[in-house]
Design a protein around this ligand. Sequence first.
Ligand SMILES: Cc1ncc(C[n+]2csc(CCOP(=O)(O)OP(=O)(O)O)c2C)c(N)n1
Ligand SMILES: [Mg+2]
Length: 531
Amino acid sequence: MSITVGRYLVDSLAANDIDTAFGIPGVHTLELYRGLAGSSLRHVLVRHEQGAAFAADGYARASGRPAAAFVISGPGLTNALTAVGQAYSDSVPLLVIASTPPRASLGKQWGVLHELRDQLALAERVFGFARSARSAADVRDHLRACLGSLRTGRPRPAYLEIPLDLLAEETDLRPERFAAASSLPAGEAERIEEAAQWLNGAQRPLLIAGGGARGAAGELRRIAEALDALMVTTAAGKGVLPEHHAANLGASLPYRETRELVASADVVLAVGTELAETDIYTATPLTLAGRLIRIDLDPAKLTDHYAAALPIQGDAQRTLAALAPKLSPRRGWGARIGGTAGVRARMEAAWSEPTRRMSAMLAAIRAALPADGIVCSDMTQIAYHGNYAFPVDLPACWFHPSGYGTLGFALPAALGAKIAAPQRAVLALAGDFGLQFTLQELMTAAEAALALPVVVWNNAALGQIRDDMIEARIAPLGVIARNPDFQALAGAFGVRAARVTDAATLTSAVREALDAAGPTLIEVVETNNHA
Ligand SMILES: Cc1ncc(C[n+]2csc(CCOP(=O)(O)OP(=O)(O)O)c2C)c(N)n1
Ligand SMILES: [Mg+2]
């Protein structure tokens, strides 16, 4: 018996462990939704396609498993692209399934509904992997390749487009489970041996761990402790070593004290990190006077502007697991400087009053969340500070739109994370302006009855940009925003709301929100502005 290609596609996704699709149906994707009706795949109706891709992103960050986003041709895809750009830059696997106009019209510019001049070309420039199907067999082959691309090598978002007339066609193909991807490779043995020699001979070894090292927490701890090394992470690598661990300087690359330590290290081992501008957050690049070893799945990273003296291409966990037993335990640099607490105290002593207030609010959130609680943060001052100052002791608990840096990530990513990990506490942290980019997803969270605290840092301004203008001696323009009444707005969505001005009340508001039957908008009113 034949089935439609739409049904075949949905069942193929389910057969390959994709269990959730965030999407918005349209006349171009009706046949996908006919397919969904009888399938085990869960569909979550979002309120904007940007929300669909952000939610799939949050789902993957929280669970390590990809989800799908179902979007219509043309505007469905272009709406999703900002979130795809974010997932690309933060190495997050997700799969966007888009329709296209009918095959006969493609490339002809007849002006058919939802037409783009070249939809695939657009997708190819933003996704890591993009394919266009013209037949049922193409759907099978491209889907296998898309899923393979998500599970081998550096994770990037993948894209498959299917013309709407093809989705409606019948096929005799049967959904199948594709062969499992091969496991990720460890680095070459000789290079690992050489890295061990360098590290064993180092006087001042320092480790830098990024998001690519998230799966190697145990190995990194073993290595840091054996060498008595110092450890720095990026925001994406936060928690690979508990931030309370004496070796850990945290995500402090923007701080002068840490940069001086990096500069004075004689061997730096950088694992799963781009060492990108957005990991460092100052205008000047890192000074690396010592010898640099880099471990990365992506060979392009090994020879970029921080070219490794010893490049090792491989999976972080497997490579570090091979390296760790070769290291001779000793006391060294960490002991000499008396651990990182003193360095951190010096960094923190310079904090301004408004920064201390943000710290207090971050501590209030921390106090309400269990150790494995997840925070999805937005592009807001409290989150930039939280990249360093929100303490986490486990990897993959603090998610920030680091690379692409788009506003609007926090709320939809958090709802995706909560759907992926319903048993865990998940919280969204956004600014008053950034929240409004994807605010409509509050309705999605309400409809799904997600116990999701949505904390809004309300300084009634585009605070960071205002401060940047003041520093650059530009008269503030376009940075004082008139806000909606957030309390009334929450009411319109039918969700609970709270308004807090002090840390203790914030802790209790978050605790209550974690036990609520739906989302809670918690407005934290910042009165002590920089300006
Ligand atoms: C899509 C997008 N547009 C513009 C920006 C530039 N931008 C970065 S932060 C910011 C202000 C955000 O204000 P708010 O969310 O209130 O955070 P605050 O800085 O006040 O904490 C803007 C406009 C951006 N990062 N992304
Ligand atoms: Mg603001």
